[in-house]
Design a protein around this ligand. Sequence first.
Ligand code: PEP
Length: 266
Amino acid sequence: MRKFIIGGNWKCQVTIVEEAVSIATEIAKEINDILTENVEVFIAPSYNALYSVGQVIKGTKLKLAGQNMYFRDKGAFTGEISPDSLLDAGCEYVILGHSERRRIFGETDSYINQKVKKALEKGLKPVLCIGETAKEKEEGQTETVIQTQIENSLADIPQEQLNQIIIAYEPVWAIDNKFLNPDSEIKTATPEEAEKIHVFIRKLLINKFGDNVGKNILIQYGGSMKASNCEGLLNIADINGGLIGGASLSAEKFKPIIEAAIKLGK
Ligand code: PEP
C-alpha cells in the first residue's frame, strides 16, 4: 500500500478570511468521507486566516500547515511568525524553504536549517522545499543544487526526528510564478523528468540517513500539478504526493488530485 501526502499552498492568493474559511469548508466537506488512512491532506492558508481555518477543519481529516515560520519562539522580530502561533492555530505541518522564500526573499540553506530544527523541536512536521531554477537546469546544475540544498538544509538533524520530515521537490521552472520565471515558459515536469530527480533524491536520502529513514521519507512533487497531469506524476514510485499551488484554491480543482492519490494508494 502506497502512502501519499497532498498539500495545498495558498500562498498570498486568498487574502480575506471569509473566503479562506469558505474554501476550506468546501474542501473538508468534499474529501472528509473519501480520504483513506494512507492519504494525508493539508492546506496552508495565509497567516490572517490560519486560526479561523483551523477552527473550521478541526475534527475533520484535513490538516493545517503554515507557509513559513521563524526559528525563535518569540521576541522583537517584526513581521515574523512564531512556531507557537502556528501550533496555537492548529498546524501540524509547516512549509519551509519554498522557492518563493529562497528566491524572492533571499532565504539561505543555513537559515532554513535553523527553521527545520526549530519546527522539529516544536513538534511541527517540516515540508522542506528544494528545486532548481530554469537557468540552473540549462547549465546542468540540477543535481548539484538539490544535493547542496538537502545537505545544508538538513544538517545536524537528530536521527530520531528524521522520520517527521517531508521533502517537496519543486523545480522552480515548473512553479506557476511569473516572478520566478520571467523569461521562461512555465511547464510541469514530465513524469520521466520528475522520476529522474526523485530517484536521485531518494538515493541521496538513503546515503545520508541509511535505509530505514531514507527509504521512508515522503517526497512530494510540486510545480503546476493539476487534475490533468497528477495521475502520471503520482504513479511514479518515488513520488509520494504533491505540493499544489494554483490547483488547491478550490475544492473543484483540488479534489481530483486527492482522488488520484486515493486511487493509486489502494
Ligand atoms: C508551489 O509553489 O508550491 C506550487 C507548486 O505552485 P503551482 O502548483 O501553482 O505551480
